[in-house]
Design a protein around this ligand. Structure first.
Ligand SMILES: [Zn+2]
Ligand SMILES: [Zn+2]
Length: 253
């Protein structure tokens, strides 16, 4: 199959792992800049996954919960406002950090977060349980990334719904950090071993898209539709912006 044929079959491309400078200390572009760049690249939509209180956030952790949540979703809100004007779907999510391991949370809303302050102090498996009280999934992000800020690879196969098996930051030739495609190879084997549902994203921190993400044969109706398709292992393909893979991580082209 050629890339052209594959894109005809799966025309709707979504970025599932994206940071904005309003909430992630390591990001260099705003929600509006990210929305514009991803629309121009050809994405149908993006899910904003800024680093939460356990990760590299730039929001003051001492703020009261409601104010913290309000400021945390500023990048998402701006991306959504811009997306609505230019025709890009924008959904909220977050990347939860626990002293190294990180998890992508899909299916929550800022309003739901406001009512769940208990997330802040809960240990990791407890936070995952709380998230599972709503229609949301927990995906371990780049489970095999090795980096100074991750003390060792830690896995939670009994707690998560799945894992991110293609992270374009590891393997796209234009990425300038965390470059080692073997981090993805190991994640693919891990997901196969456990029969996990899978995602792909770019972990993009600047408004110069790698083109990574997930492509679907039909447009997503909503964030709940994304959650449903991932959870039910429906028809989609994964990409790092250069190569394309099946939902299970086998190379297509
Ligand atoms: Zn980051
Ligand atoms: Zn990230």
């Amino acid at each position: 199959m050629t890339v052209k044929e594959l894109r005809e079959k799966y025309p709707y491309l979504y970025e599932t792992h994206l940071h904005t400078s309003q909430a992630s200390k390591c990001a260099r572009s705003t929600g509006a800049e990210q929305a514009i760049a991803h629309k121009e690249y050809g994405y149908t939509g993006i899910i904003v996954t800024d680093h939460n209180w356990g990760g590299n956030t730039c929001i003051d952790r001492s703020l009261p919960w409601k104010e913290w949540i309000n400021q945390f979703f500023a990048g998402y809100r701006e991306a959504k406002e811009t997306g609505d004007k230019i025709g890009l779907q924008v959904f909220p999510g977050y990347e939860a950090g626990y002293g190294g391991p990180e998890f992508l949370i899909y299916g929550i809303s800022p309003e739901w977060m406001l009512d769940h302050e208990e997330l802040k102090e809960a240990p990791v498996s407890e936070q995952i349980k709380i998230i599972h009280t709503t229609d949301a999934i927990v995906i371990q992000a780049h489970p095999y990334r090795e980096e100074w800020y991750i003390d060792k690879v830690r896995l939670y196969p009994d707690d998560v719904d799945g894992c991110e098996i293609v992270n374009a930051t590891h393997s796209n030739s234009r990425s300038t950090s965390h470059n080692d495609p073997v981090f993805d190879t190991r994640a693919i084997a891990y997901a196969k071993e456990h029969g996990f549902c899978t995602t792909a994203g770019s972990d993009i921190h600047v408004n110069d898209p790698f083109g990574g993400g997930m492509a679907f044969p039909t447009k997503l109706d909503s964030l709940a539709d994304f959650v449903k398709r991932v959870r039910n292992k429906e028809d989609y393909v994964l990409t790092n912006g250069e190569h394309w893979y099946t939902r299970c991580g086998d190379l297509i082209v």
